[in-house]
Design a protein around this ligand. Structure first.
Ligand SMILES: Cc1ncc(COP(=O)(O)O)c(C=O)c1O
Length: 391
């Protein structure tokens, strides 16, 4: 009965581990959503919008107030000049923008370049469109590289005459990498030469730490021609359940994505769009303290993991830490087995990162585990106790 389009999809490891964690009363650093509330005035704005009667279908392109707020936010943080009417579209989270973009820019047999590890919805979207993924590995830090890196020859080899789309995620889930200017210039050069579209998923744009700087690919010279930027309100304002996402770029790119979007969800819930418009207008101080709070959480969890014997890899952004598990791994144990044992025997849920790799490259993740730090101090302290017991 099942179509080939979905036949390969099972229940995700995220659902399985979250269910197990709840059953066991374990500390859950697995799934990447905050266990605390977003700004109360933004929650009130959604309630006010409902009470004021914003309860019918929104315009398919998005509510004008949110489109204007997206354009103003792009100007404030990146210096971009964006026409809110023609260069912004609203979707049900970044996930729908990604799905719509893959539908809109590829036909079966076209190729899509993905960087591995990848956020898992990319591959599912590519498979459902009948397109073909081409993987470029992001390689873990080693004796010659202090940060995650990519091999230029492998990158160039991923592009062919069939390449129609390239999906970059910066800041990157799960590795916390910010793509550098040099890397992005090279990716842009290859994308342009292929006549493809570069989709840049920036849902963690406000989660960048220390002196690191998030570079929006669309702001690099000439990139506006072929780059579609995607983001959403879930991570930046801690309202992941509202699923308000947006895409911005050249009018032709946006209207092409909107053609798919109108037949997928048609529109995104109106009251949440209005509330996220207010969130995007929050003062700079809100964004600064949001990032500073997360930096503290990252430092706390890094210390707890390091003290117990994990090697934590560099995390410039997002709310995830990747750690090497070699010190604890039993012989023959892969990341799924290790994370399951950590959960079942030690009461701490993480995510085995091989779910972010194609089967052929999954062994690259066997010695790693991903820990989310978008959690309250209480939960992070409980995690630290579990980790101390491992020592
Ligand atoms: C890299 C990345 N892109 C997109 C999403 C989904 O965003 P949204 O909830 O806005 O659909 C996530 C959520 O975890 C993510 O990590």
């Amino acid at each position: 009965m099942e179509s080939a389009r979905v036949a390969g999809f099972g229940i995700t490891i995220f659902s399985e581990f979250s269910k197990l964690a709840a059953q066991l009363g374990a500390v859950n650093l697995g799934q990447g959503f905050p266990d605390f509330e977003g700004p109360p005035e933004i929650a009130r704005a959604a309630i006010d919008a409902i009470n004021a009667g914003s309860n019918q279908y929104a315009m398919t392109q998005g509510v004008p107030a949110l489109k204007s707020a997206v354009a103003a936010h792009a100007k404030r943080f990146y210096g971009q000049t964006i026409d809110p009417v023609t260069q912004v579209g609203i979707t049900a989270g970044a996930t729908e923008a990604i799905f719509s973009a893959v539908q809109a820019f590829t036909v079966p047999g076209d190729e899509v370049v993905l960087f591995e590890p990848f956020y898992d919805s990319y591959l599912a979207s590519v498979q459902m469109a009948g397109a073909v993924p081409r993987f470029v590995r992001l390689r873990a830090p080693d004796s010659q590289h202090s940060k995650w890196w990519l091999d230029d020859a492998e990158l160039a080899a991923a592009f062919t005459s069939k390449t129609k789309l390239v999906i970059v995620n910066t800041p990157h889930n799960p590795i916390g990498k910010l793509f550098t200017r040099e890397e992005l210039l090279r990716i842009g050069e290859l994308t342009k030469r292929a006549g493809a579209v570069l989709v840049s998923d920036e849902v963690y744009e406000h989660l960048v730490f220390d002196d690191a700087k998030h570079l929006r690919p669309a702001t690099l010279p000439g990139f506006d021609e072929f780059t579609l930027t995607i983001s959403s309100g879930g991570k930046s304002f801690s309202f992941t359940g509202w699923k308000v996402g947006w895409h911005l770029g050249r009018a032709e790119l946006v209207s092409t994505v909107q053609k798919a979007h109108q037949w997928i969800t048609f529109c995104t819930p109106a009251p949440f769009q209005l509330a996220i418009a207010k969130a995007l207008e929050l003062h700079d101080a809100h964004f600064a303290s949001f990032t500073a709070d997360y930096a503290k959480r990252r430092d706390f969890l890094t210390q707890a993991l390091t003290r117990s014997g994990f090697e934590v890899l560099s995390c410039e952004g997002t709310y995830f830490l990747m750690a090497r598990t070699d010190r604890f791994r039993r012989s023959g144990e892969d990341d799924v087995a290790f994370c399951r044992r950590l959960l079942m025997e030690h009461g701490l849920a993480s995510i085995p990162p091989s779910v972010f790799y194609s089967p052929a490259h999954a062994p690259a993740a066997h010695g790693l585990a991903r820990f989310a730090f978008c959690k309250t101090d209480k939960v992070l302290e409980a995690a630290a106790e579990k980790l101390a017991a491992l020592r």
